[in-house]
Design a protein around this ligand. Structure first.
Ligand code: FES
Length: 297
């Protein structure tokens, strides 16, 4: 549109254009409300990433279109030249504009409707964006600090639920076991290692009594980022994590001696029940794997 065609106040076309702009703004905000509501419904019913993306884009896009059209059609855009020192509007100008705006003489007739729709669009979108908070899931409680070993005494079993006697594990042998009934628990894999009679264990306090016939048990979850530790160098009594080469000294409480792990593998208290099978008399001495408890290290 050339300057000559630009509607001027009082032109017959001005009212038509204002009506059209108002309809566009109302339609845009209305579409944003609908998109936000649909976004909430979609999320609540299980969610679908692509649909949620389209609805989110529609809601934001519609709000953007509404704001832009509103600004272009109804906000003053006269070119004004003033002395730099008097750029700010004086009280008289502000009062005059406010009076015009309140009276609707800026060309905006359905200001209350559009304002309400704009507020509703933002509120609906804000409400829909709150829904993903639910995706954070339930509070973990103490689940991160305990494993299925907590509570009653439990037999140690292989992956196929077979209990183990101490003699089943040869010297230098390594076996992955779980607490009976929990062979799928991600936090319970445990390494049983039978050390050599000639290898001296350097354990502290009650942990000395957690060893049965040279068999010692540690969590299999690396304390770096949780990879399964499983490479045993029997000669040196060292356990290696294949992910980033953290190395733990089995003879010294699984203390990390190399690599990024900062914490020993937690030890499990072992004993033998009346039938001669290996049992855990309690949970690991400390939380297993990596976690928030390592943040201060
Ligand atoms: S996960 Fe074991 S060293 Fe990184």
């Amino acid at each position: 549109m050339t300057p000559a065609e630009t509607p001027q106040p009082g032109d017959a076309n001005e009212g038509v254009d204002a009506d059209r702009s108002e309809r566009i703004v109302a339609g845009a905000f209305g579409l944003a409300v609908i998109a936000a509501i649909c976004l909430g419904i979609t999320y609540w019913n299980g969610g679908q990433t692509q649909i949620e993306g389209v609805l989110l884009a529609t809601a934001f896009g519609s709000i953007g279109i509404g704001i832009v059209v509103w600004a272009k059609a109804f906000m003053p855009d006269d070119e004004v030249t003033e002395e730099r020192k008097s750029v700010a509007s004086d009280e008289e100008d502000v009062a005059e504009f406010t009076a015009d705006f309140e009276a609707g003489t800026t060309g905006l007739k359905r200001r209350r409707l559009l304002t309400s729709l704009a507020g509703t669009a933002f509120a609906a979108l804000g409400g829909a964006l709150l829904f993903p908070i639910r995706s954070l899931g339930p509070r973990p409680g103490r689940d991160l600090k305990v494993t299925p070993y907590a509570g009653a005494v439990k037999r140690l079993v292989t992956e196929d639920e077979q209990p183990i006697r101490p003699d089943d594990l040869p010297v230098d042998g390594v076996l992955t076991v779980w607490p009976e009934g929990h062979t799928h628990a991600a936090d319970a894999p445990t390494l049983l290692i039978r050390t050599r009679p000639t290898q001296e264990l350097h354990l502290q306090g009650e942990k000395v009594g957690w060893v049965v016939g040279g068999i010692i048990a540690y969590s299999k979850l690396c304390t770096h980022v949780g990879c399964p530790v499983g490479l045993y160098q029997a000669e040196e009594g060292l356990l290696l994590c294949p992910c980033h080469q953290s190395t733990f000294d089995v003879l010294d409480g699984a203390r990390p001696v190399f690599g990024p792990a900062a914490r020993p593998l937690p030890q499990l208290p072992l004993d033998v029940d009346d039938d001669g099978f290996l049992i855990a008399t309690g949970d690991f001495e400390a939380p297993v794997g990596p976690g928030f408890w390592d943040r201060g290290r």
